[in-house]
Design a protein around this ligand. Sequence first.
Ligand code: NAD
Ligand code: IPM
Ligand code: MG
Length: 359
Amino acid sequence: MTHKVLLLPGDGIGPEIAAQAARLLKACQEAGLDIEVEEALVGGSAYDVHGEPLPAETLEKAKAASAILLGAVGGPKWDKIEDLSKRPEKGLLGLRKNLGLFGNLRPAMLYPQLASASSLKPELVAGLDIMIVRELTGGIYFGQPRGIEERNGKRVGFNTYIYSESEIERIGRVAFEMAQKRGKKLCSVDKANVLEVTILWREVMERLAPEYPDVELSHMYVDNAAMQLVRAPKQFDVVVTGNMFGDILSDAAAMLTGSIGMLPSASLNESGQGMYEPCHGSAPDIAGQNIANPLAMMLSVAMMLRYSLNETAMAERIEAAVGSVLNDGLRTADIASDGMQTIGTDAMGDAVLAAFAKC
Ligand SMILES: NC(=O)c1ccc[n+]([C@@H]2O[C@H](COP(=O)([O-])OP(=O)(O)OC[C@H]3O[C@@H](n4cnc5c(N)ncnc54)[C@H](O)[C@@H]3O)[C@@H](O)[C@H]2O)c1
Ligand SMILES: CC(C)[C@H](C(=O)O)[C@@H](O)C(=O)O
Ligand SMILES: [Mg+2]
């Protein structure tokens, strides 16, 4: 069966890194992968053309695709749009919500070659391999009511942090199953000392635990988790948490691996359809300079092959190609270090393709 892959380059560095992913997809096709690739607009680039960050046409194509690859959205050009529903980020959130992509997998894995690029001492991060499982379609990101309004002559802003038991259970099961396939340790991160919603979160995780007797479940408050991530990150195997805590902790975990430019992610729904994207944003500060690291995007292609297209061997080939490029001492500016050769986005794409052909 021919798989449909939808490529959504987005904004800022999005198109630069998506171009490298497109070349990689072509190489996979040449290596026998049966896919059809289509492109569409999302984010600010869609707003500029259609006045909407998620045009109906893009959503239709996304629904029909086996998998979606997204670069990144957003940037200062669109930050002044007053109607929040038209901001580029709403394009991304709309895709997540409309496709039911509740299960966000954000691995933080250190390539041994990059130990010196980490902001932590090499011995603290050597062998680091954490999987953050972030709930992606609920919590404070989507809770109602929300808004900015006037109350008693004062403007107030408000959001609602809400999770239903079934939403917690659904992401809990993804995390327990992930832990079963990995190191069998699951840490659920909450703020159950303050927030009722996470008291319920903790209760549901506890209730699920006996169904996964081989997994050791622990709980941690989010402030401590942030501290532990930079103190002793190797204590973690799988971490499960809500939408906002997961957003924040995954950026922190990303930096442990040398650069946020290295981290791919998968967002899955109940039928296994997925959207794959780097954890980083559109990096407006470096956009258009051919210096962005395309590896998170190229590794997102590998995650797509593994989780949506069931092409594990081809995914491993991509990951091996990235490892081989790093072994050769090639680095983009964000992971540069002494004695290594600093190259641009396109050249990094070239190097991965050349290594892929040999792997
Ligand atoms: N998934 C997404 O589309 C996504 C994710 C996060 C932020 N954003 C949006 O991106 C815009 C910028 O946000 P931000 O600055 O907070 O976060 P960001 O991730 O875009 O950038 C943070 C820092 O990391 C660097 N960086 C990011 N990706 C890199 C890469 N591939 N190679 C090298 N360096 C890289 C940037 O140069 C910047 O210094 C905002 O509009 C935000 O809403 C989008
Ligand atoms: C751009 C933004 C909406 C998004 C989020 O907060 O989920 C981003 O930070 C991410 O991590 O994917
Ligand atoms: Mg984020």
